[in-house]
Design a protein around this ligand. Sequence first.
Ligand SMILES: Nc1ncnc2c1ncn2[C@@H]1O[C@H](COP(=O)(O)OP(=O)(O)O)[C@@H](O)[C@H]1O
Ligand SMILES: [Mg+2]
Length: 307
Amino acid sequence: MMGSSEVLIKARGLTKRFNSFTAVDGIDFEVCSGKCVGFLGPNGAGKTTTVRMIYCFLPVTDGELTVAGLDVKTQDRQIKGLIGVCPQEDNLDPDFSVIKNLQVYARYFDIPKQEATKRAEELLKFFALEEKRNAHVESLSGGMKRRLIMARALINQPKVLLLDEPTTGLDPQGRHLVWDEIRTLRKQGVTIILTTHYMEEAEALCDRILVVDNGKIIQTGAPKELIKQYVGKDVLEVEYDEQMVQTLKQELPDVEVEVFGDQVRVFAKQHGSFEQIIKQFPDKNVTIRNANLEDVFLKLTGRRLRE
Ligand SMILES: Nc1ncnc2c1ncn2[C@@H]1O[C@H](COP(=O)(O)OP(=O)(O)O)[C@@H](O)[C@H]1O
Ligand SMILES: [Mg+2]
């Protein structure tokens, strides 16, 4: 039996270089059994490269990486049997029907045909794709394709599920459906690594977040802890107004003020800091909201566009 604190994935000094370019720069991390861990980072941060090393698709350049105590360098066959992968790009086979995509994939794991079909039917049910059983992959919506890829990733009943941007490009309905499914899988004890650009998604699903940038892990923690530590409680947003900014700074010496373009954002450590003060500015269109993970992310990785 697995204890919930068992370390399932462990990286020490994990490094990936492409020629002279270092994409993953000596990172250390651990993923415990049954947890959902999110890798957040701007484009080019090294998320996909890390995920690809975990499922032994890319060889590591340096450092150590183990999955369930198995070494990616020498035990890739066993590791592949323990992992389900939902890659960043859709790579379903367009020549096959929905169910056939699952059945064919099952062959890589030597799952007997009858068993493969049984699992495929169950997975189609779980991912609400039963009606599309015999449809061609090309006829599926983006959300359905993503869910079929997740179904395919589960055909070998993996301990670990790697989800590389599982909801990119989906509409809100599609995204929330995928979230529900990820939550259910987590409850069933599947260990999940998730990469995403959606902070809301990481906040909703992840026990722990690793913020990566330029191949390095720059911060880790539970979403709520990171928000508390780096941002605080309340955020005020308003069009820039000199007098208002001065008043806020004077009356609330602890707040942090960030100006970008003609907007200003003010971060407060305490709930309810702003309400009294903004009454002095009744004609301003002020928004007060809870601090969130996106605030943390922008604070840690800056606002410069990548790639
Ligand atoms: N096969 C490759 N050859 C050369 N450079 C690569 C290769 N794969 C990724 N890179 C580079 O490594 C960096 C990290 O890429 P990636 O892991 O895909 O980032 P992310 O998934 O965080 O957006 C990027 O600068 C990317 O261009
Ligand atoms: Mg990527």
